[in-house]
Design a protein around this ligand. Structure first.
Ligand code: CU
Length: 515
């Protein structure tokens, strides 16, 4: 297939021939590909490797549009260090940029109206993207006439949306800089006003983040306890309210333990005496507290730690049962305090400690309820209505969108065993935690460390206020993706990367047929 396509798109001299390429694309058609042909992104990569990047951009777009959401993410930038490693391309389950258009009527014309982000309420908005971006475009029927949206240069066309509220999503990859058109191809609609521009710009360097990061580095946790006698351990928690970065260009008022989400990873041994000091700064607007699920006593500490601004409280408990436990603020409205970021994990290690592993990580899942829709720019206000309706706009790992992709991806080496302490702050949604490309060799479900692990698990359910400890050995280099397998949540920010470096063992994973 690869050779056929390469020869179909190149001249005798092996150089790109745009006319031949166009003919090939027409032959391929715009709508249907066979299963084999949807694998053409690898073919396109091959052509890109031969230096035909710009000319084949439209071809790649066609392929991406008709294949699944699994997009080869680094095909252009990849510089394999060996033949073996070149077989593993990074994958991304997310587009680089997404837009939503709602059909409607403005000034007597049929139009598209932008929804969310920079294009909110703009009529026939100009969609600005960067060269090479994978673009996701969702069309929603706003008034009940039949519509679609087409970007013919990239071979992308939505389904017809017929009833009010019906929607269709297309995904395509753009090529080099230029101006392109999207429009409705229902007869007469383009002429009636349903048309806008897609402007592809040269890539600009990532803007410096101006907002404060509240994301907890998943590698930020204390070392294993190992072999030691019970002792007294002290923790100090500052309940800091601050405006932090929710995603690129978007901020939100977080309530935190020690300015990060999740709060600090506490690590003690069974039998330890644990002293917890909660300090609420003078400039806080709220009372705050802590309820640790590792505590045996009313409120898990919350009855002893309702701390008004400018004051502090201290309490002490004995860690009686080994396990991985959630802690959170327990001041009314508790769900609001949790949704604002006030949660973390406390590990009570068994006598003798946990089995040694090569890497440990600390990851927690939560929801954020903003008044405005997902991905709006600027400061976002909290919505108690959406919280009570359990309708979050954002789902996040470690506090913010991008915390575990752009900011702090997990890193490990092939051959290493990785342990993830995974918890759900929530406040409302159970996680179907999964690492794409791996299964868990050992899982302590519900954070139960006193029971033997279950072995060979693909996806682990973790409820709000619950946790799990998972371990797996990495056999193949590349990018693994942390998700909640309720994958619609990925579209609202819930994704993280685990990057494994090392050499590929072709016995375990490689392209091509078995020998
Ligand atoms: Cu609080």
């Amino acid at each position: 297939m690869m050779e056929e396509m390469a020869s179909a798109c190149c001249g005798e001299d092996g150089k790109p021939d745009f006319e031949k390429m166009k003919a090939f694309m027409e032959k391929c058609g715009k709508a249907e590909f066979t299963a084999e042909e949807t694998n053409m992104s690898s073919v396109a990569n091959h052509i890109i490797d031969r230096g035909l990047r710009t000319l084949t951009a439209a071809l790649v777009a066609t392929v991406v549009f008709t294949s699944s959401a699994l997009v080869a993410g680094s095909v252009v930038a990849q510089s394999p260090t060996s033949e073996a490693e070149s077989a593993v391309a990074d994958v991304s389950y997310t587009p680089d940029v997404s837009f939503t258009l709602i059909t409607g009527i403005a000034q007597g014309k049929l139009v598209y109206i932008g929804y969310g982000g920079d294009i909110n309420e703009v009529v026939n908005p100009t969609l600005v993207v960067e060269e090479g971006d994978v673009v996701q475009l969702t069309l929603i029927n706003g008034e009940g006439a039949e519509h679609d949206v087409v970007v013919s240069e990239f071979g992308a066309a939505s389904a017809l949306v017929v009833k009010p509220g019906a929607s269709s999503t297309i995904v395509f990859r753009v090529g080099g800089p230029g101006e392109f058109v999207y429009f409705c191809k229902v007869p007469g609609h383009r002429e009636a006003g349903m048309e806008g521009q897609i402007v592809v710009q040269a890539a600009v360097p990532e803007e410096e983040p101006v907002a404060v990061s509240i994301a907890r580095n998943p590698a930020d946790l204390p070392p294993p306890i190992g072999e030691r006698a019970p002792t007294t351990v002290r923790y100090e928690l500052d309940t800091v309210e601050l405006e932090g970065r929710l995603m690129r260009g978007t901020t939100y008022t977080y309530w935190t333990f020690n300015k990060k989400v999740p709060g600090p990873f506490m690590r003690v041994r069974v039998g330890d005496t644990v002293e917890v000091l909660v300090r609420n700064p003078e400039d806080s607007g709220m009372i705050h507290s802590i309820d640790l699920h590792a505590v045996n006593g009313p409120g898990g500490g919350a009855t002893l730690t309702q701390v008004p601004p400018g004051e502090e409280r201290v309490f002490t408990f004995k860690a009686l049962i080994p396990g991985l436990y959630v802690y959170h603020c327990a001041t009314p409205m508790v769900a609001h305090h949790i949704a604002s970021g006030m949660y973390g994990l406390i590990l009570v290690e068994p006598e003798g400690g946990l089995a040694p592993v090569d890497r440990e990580f600390y990851v927690m899942q939560g929801e954020i309820y903003t008044e405005a829709p997902f991905a709006m720019r600027g400061y976002q206000e909290f919505s108690v209505e959406k919280l009570l309706d359990e309708a979050p706009e954002y789902f996040v790992f470690n506090g913010s969108v991008g915390a575990l992709t752009g900011e702090y991806p997990l890193r490990a080496e092939v051959g290493e065993t990785v342990r993830i302490f995974f918890g759900v702050g929530g406040p409302n949604f159970t996680s179907s935690f999964h690492v794409i490309g791996e299964s868990f060799d050992r899982t302590h479900e519900w954070g139960a460390l006193g029971s033997p692990p279950i072995v060979g698990v693909q996806t682990i359910l973790v409820p709000p206020g619950g946790a799990a400890m998972v371990e797996f050995k990495l056999d193949v280099p590349g990018r693994y993706i942390l998700v909640d397998h309720a994958l619609a949540r990925l579209e609202r920010g819930l994704v993280g990367y685990l990057q494994a470096d090392g050499r590929l063992d072709p016995d375990i994973y490689r392209e091509g047929p078995a020998q």
